[in-house]
Design a protein around this ligand. Structure first.
Ligand code: AGP
Length: 617
């Protein structure tokens, strides 16, 4: 999950590339760098540990020194380390022995050790610990005695793995090379200049046409345009599309962090998602591209996702089974791909992904496509690979989610799945359009409760509750039925932004071992449920905790007096449709975790070791 951005045209490109990188920085930010071909046709470069801010400071410090950084052909990179620690040396770009070729890379060169040893035997000397550096040395050899196109073809036959590569070389000072295998790469084109980036948002507003490089292809970009080839060396002509991507540098709008801003956007996001999917005839629903016949004969629905998106799918299982009466199962993308795969008849698979670029989920999609299984991408980024590659898609309307920890995108996913379940039930003749209208209203109410619950407990959480719990090193989170996947999501939030260890179980599992973990140093957070039978079981689980002097934090509903009475700390919510219980608790638990992480002075929007879009396996 790094980002690459490049440019070839008439204008000095450093600022444009740095701006593009800063827009994609959420994808990886532990180091960064820039290189260009300067006016003397030499490579000028700067790179650093740290993000774009550090890079800009380093560039400013070099102003007026030996190298100018104002070339009109350039490449840039922000990194999330896969091979080699985060350092100046391991930052991209990487170079050949004579620093005449520069390379930036998103992905993993899986056979780099083998290639590095071969190249070292040929006399090449390496200075970094990265996989990427082998590409620069390969080009050093391949560019010696053949054309750019043939050099690229030689290199791609040697490297294995996933890669989006940008290459510039003093041997061909007017050309920029862009190579794609698995990792996303797109061109922003106009009659006078060409951008290339991991994501279209990097050059939104600069050009209004986009070309998505097909998998296993490369582009040779000159001052007068670009040529695209496949890995057999044949010219190909990917369609030029109008770019719908806009970039609003709206910033944090006065909030301390993007995450807090996005927590407060959730009510709006639910409304926007409902309105976008409003009627079953809406454009949003039509984009599903699934025939009514298939829906009426539907035997199974499968969800595939990672992290928060996987949790949304687990919640969506209850919607599909209870409302649409369809057997539904969720799969972790990283596991799904390596288990024996049986093509299921009359089954639709929905790949859930905020970014639409997560490598594990994208590869699972490709496996399903190869098996001709109907696929739908439930994504938040219209220009993403999954939206382009799935048979149909459903776009959540969360807007750009910048914080690495997903909040509003999760809420949008849950809302969209709730509506989709009703749409499927309607097509199957199980419900009327009144039920769909009621579902929309229930979601609006859930959004109100979500926001009101934050306002209700905000002061208490900031002044008393978060300080009371911020010093604990371990928590146990419990849920049951539909509140178990929600407990998993809540636990992920505490882990990823506060770096606090959380073990999360279905509450019924407590007595089968984890109960031994209960002590005064391990608070238990229990998320209640509105299903009466399940609630009684959860109340029993809460008593098990208290009977062992456990400390209990409870998210409960206003009529659940017994459970509320057991809690050491309690957050109370008004009753809603039982299937929407997780949705109404979402904002408050995110706010609670956010305040703990703030007290611990964590870098909220960019947690250590993580990135927003995991485009490598
Ligand atoms: C959630 O807070 C994390 N950012 C992470 O688990 C994320 O949900 C996961 O990487 C999947 O990303 P996607 O939705 O873009 O596919």
């Amino acid at each position: 999950m790094c980002s690459v951005v490049g440019y070839n045209g008439p204008r000095p490109c450093r600022q444009m590339i740095l701006e593009g990188l800063s827009r994609l920085e959420y994808r990886g930010y532990d180091s960064s760098g820039f290189a260009c071909i300067d006016s003397t046709s030499k490579i000028a470069q700067v790179k650093t540990q740290g993000g774009i801010e550090q890079l800009s400071l380093k560039i400013a410090a070099q102003q007026g020194q030996k190298q100018e950084l104002n070339g009109a052909i350039g490449i840039g990179h922000t990194r999330w380390s896969t091979h080699g620690v985060s350092s100046d040396i391991n930052a991209h770009p990487h170079f050949d022995c004579h620093k005449t070729t520069a390379v930036v890379h998103n992905g993993i060169i899986e056979n780099f050790v083998f290639l590095k040893e071969k190249l070292q035997l040929l006399g090449h000397h390496f200075i970094s610990q990265t996989d990427t550096e082998v590409v620069a040395h390969l080009f050093e050899d391949e560019l010696k005695n053949q054309s750019l196109e043939k050099a690229v073809l030689s290199v791609v036959t040697k490297i294995q793995g996933a890669y989006a590569l940008l290459v510039i070389s003093e041997k061909y000072p007017d050309y920029l090379i862009a190579i794609r295998k698995s990792s996303p790469l797109c061109l922003g084109v106009s009659s006078t200049e060409t951008f290339v980036a991991s994501d279209v948002s990097a050059f939104a507003g600069q050009v209004d046409q986009v070309v998505f490089l097909p998998d296993e292809s490369f582009a040779i970009i000159s001052k007068s345009g670009y040529h695209v080839y496949n890995f057999f060396g044949e010219r190909i002509y990917p369609p030029v599309q109008k770019s719908t991507c806009t970039w609003t540098a709206e910033g944090k709008a006065g909030y301390a962090h993007y995450m807090l801003k996005e927590i407060y956007e959730q009510k709006r996001v639910i409304i926007d998602t409902v309105n976008f999917l409003r009627s079953h005839k809406s454009a949003g629903m039509q984009q599903l591209n699934v025939s009514h016949e298939l829906i009426q004969e539907l035997k199974n629905i499968h969800f595939i996702g990672c992290g928060t998106s996987w949790h949304a799918g687990m919640i969506g299982e209850y919607f599909m089974q209870e409302i649409a009466q369809v057997s539904t199962q969720s799969f972790l993308a990283s596991e799904f791909r390596y288990k024996k795969f049986f093509p299921y008849p009359r089954t639709v698979t929905i790949i859930i992904s905020q970014s639409g670029e997560t490598a594990d989920s994208l590869e699972a999609l490709r496996l399903l496509t190869a098996s001709e299984q109907p696929t739908i991408a439930l994504a938040n980024v219209a220009s993403s690979s999954m939206v382009r590659e799935a048979d149909g898609f459903l776009l959540t309307q969360a807007g750009q989610e910048i914080a690495v920890a997903s909040t509003k995108a999760f809420t949008a996913q849950v809302a969209a799945l709730y509506l989709l379940a009703h749409w499927i039930a309607y097509i199957k003749g199980l419900v009327t359009t009144q039920a769909i209208a009621r579902a929309e209203e229930e979601l609006f109410v859930a959004g109100e409760i979500l926001e009101n619950s934050i306002e209700r407990y905000k002061f208490d959480i900031i002044t008393r509750i978060a300080p009371q719990y911020a010093h604990y090193k371990n928590f146990i989170f419990l849920g049951r039925h539909i509140s178990f996947p929600f407990a998993l999501e809540a636990a992920l939030k505490l882990k990823e932004i506060a770096y606090i260890f959380v073990d999360c179980y279905p509450a019924g599992e407590l007595k089968h071992g984890p109960l031994a973990l209960i002590d005064a140093q391990t608070p238990v957070v229990l998320f209640s449920c509105l299903d009466e039978t399940i609630y009684k079981k959860l109340y029993g689980n809460a008593q098990e905790v208290k009977a062992r002097s456990g400390h209990l934090i409870v998210f409960a509903f206003e009529h659940q007096k017994d459970l509320i009475a057991l809690a050491d700390t309690v957050f109370i919510f008004p009753k809603v449709n039982p299937l929407l219980a997780p949705l109404v608790m979402t904002g408050l638990v995110q706010f609670f975790v956010y305040q703990i992480a703030t007290l611990l002075e964590r870098p909220i929007d960019r947690p250590r070791n993580l990135a927003k879009s995991v485009t490598v396996e």
